[in-house]
Write a protein that binds this ligand. Structure first.
Ligand code: PLP
Length: 477
């Protein structure tokens, strides 16, 4: 007889889990920095190394995990390294990882309250804690999705429902809806407009001032023009903490325009939202309590393993109005008395994502979370000062939140990119770039839970030694 049917044995599970726990525990500890931070794997390496046919017979989980380490870890880019400074630096903290492990074992699917009362109610509890922590008033309540892109898609679909209440039956029926954002808004807005079938011709990118913030007077002007042309202004997206430079739109002034024009205001605080937990950053958020919807990603700067995005709505019923639809086989007697998460979006099934955020709140406490975010703000200012004081580098913009945008002084755009490539090839750090005001700029994004002052000292030394060595033509260009 071959292996008995059914799952692996409890002994095999325990043996593999112990191996995995030890491996992760060392991976997640301060002493062992995973390097290279940016994977240096050649494209196609794993494709060619793995067998092209499915394995006919099984292997023990322990052996498979060992093979993962020896054969596949070269394909890891280490997002969980304290020296990952590219894009936005995120972290899977210990409590979050443990919660995800538990969640996988429990396999909760929270489409209806009854299919997981705990996932449904813990999501409400945790998101209300977060709402209070961010200083948002009570009418706001939240729902969890995977990413900000999906949160924003749901926000704009709700705005469409409010603008055209018969859209569910008639579709747009020739009516042209218009969405407004700034030149520096995240591409997820373009994608949401695409998904909703609104057409990019109806997405207005409002010009920004020298701080890369949306000009509210130009917004008001454009909405007027569109109304006069018989179009239907549908939603404005303001950003607190843009992806490129952590710029902040003047949300209060934008909210004035939205109020006057009766247009939905969606605030994208996917990255920046976490800074609202810290008192010193609150002024940046002034006016966001007047938004109709707000997105914030705890998986960015709140130590939550990817993925977990939260959409807050001032009126949750509007989201339900846009999305609820109950087929007969899902009707149940508690309907009307409970939250059924399937009513809040496109997907029917839901993962138990709130468990990791709940675990993080419980383990660090709100105080601990706030202290960690404050510390990152200090680290960013510290690195910003080092840049200003060095004669090789200069700040491209004032430090905003935990993001430092800098340039190699007196060097061309190509040389900025060459320097970045050298940093990333060295394997000790990983940074990324952006283009602002027609200039290439390097970004150092801080936000990993284990980053310390010494990591930034070492990074500065690395930059200095790389600019001191002669710059060769980059091998990849
Ligand atoms: C990262 C980011 C997004 C997209 O986040 P996903 O969760 O990956 O979809 C949207 N907006 C802003 C401002 C961001 O920084």
């Amino acid at each position: 007889m071959n292996q008995p049917l059914g799952d692996i044995s409890p002994e095999e599970f325990t043996d593999a889990a112990e191996y995995l726990t030890e491996w992760l525990s060392s991976y997640l500890s301060k002493e062992s920095f995973p390097e290279p931070v940016l994977s240096q794997m050649e494209p196609g390496h794993i494709l060619s190394q793995q067998p092209s046919n499915p394995p006919e017979s099984g292997t023990t989980p322990r052996q498979i995990l060992e093979e993962f380490e020896s054969e596949l870890s070269c394909g890891l880019t280490h997002w969980n390294s304290p020296r990952f400074f590219a894009y936005f630096s995120i972290s899977a903290s210990g409590p979050g990882v443990l919660a995800d492990f538990l969640s996988a074992g429990l396999n909760q699917q929270a489409m209806l309250w009854r299919t997981s009362p705990v996932a449904t109610e813990l999501e409400q509890v945790t998101l209300d804690w977060l709402r209070q922590a961010m200083g948002l008033p009570t009418p706001f309540s939240g729902v969890i999705y995977d990413t900000a892109s999906v949160s924003t898609l749901h926000a704009l679909a709700t705005a469409r429902e409010m603008t055209l209440p018969d859209v569910r039956m008639r579709g747009q029926a020739g009516r042209q809806l218009v969405v407004y954002c700034s030149e520096h808004t995240h591409s997820s807005i373009d994608k949401a407009v695409l998904m909703l079938g609104l057409g990019w011709d109806n997405l207005r990118k409002i010009p920004c001032d020298e701080n890369l913030s949306m000009d509210p007077a130009k917004l008001a002007e454009q909405i007027k023009l569109d109304r006069e042309a018989g179009l239907h202004p549908c939603a404005v997206v303001a950003t607190i903490g843009t992806t490129s430079t952590a710029a902040v739109d003047p949300v209060a002034a934008v909210a004035d325009v939205c109020d006057a024009e009766n247009v939905w205001l969606h605030v994208d605080a996917a990255y920046g939202g976490s800074a609202s937990l810290v008192e010193e950053c609150r002024p940046l958020f002034s006016g966001w309590e007047r938004a109709d919807s707000i997105v914030i990603n705890p998986h960015k700067w709140m130590f939550t393993p990817f993925d977990l995005s939260v959409l807050y709505l001032r009126d949750m019923d509007k989201l339900k109005q846009a999305f609820s639809l109950t087929p007969e086989y899902l009707r149940n007697e508690e309907q009307g008395r409970v939250m059924n998460l399937m009513d809040t979006g496109v997907q029917l099934g839901r993962r138990f994502r709130s468990l990791k955020l709940w675990m993080i709140f419980r383990c660090f406490g709100l105080k601990g979370i706030r202290e960690r975010i404050s510390y990152h703000l200090d680290l960013a200012r510290y690195f910003g000062r080092m840049i200003e004081e060095s004669h090789d580098f200069e700040l491209a913009l004032p430090v905003s939140m935990s993001l430092v945008c800098f340039r190699w002084k007196g060097h061309s755009d190509d040389e900025q990119l060459e320097l970045m490539q050298r940093v990333n090839q060295s394997g000790r750090f990983f940074i990324s770039h952006t283009k602002i005001k027609d200039q290439m700029v390097l970004r150092c994004a801080i936000g990993h839970i284990r980053t310390r002052y010494t990591d930034l000292d070492l990074f500065m030394n690395e930059l200095k030694s790389l600019v001191d060595s002669p710059v060769e033509a980059s091998p990849c260009s």
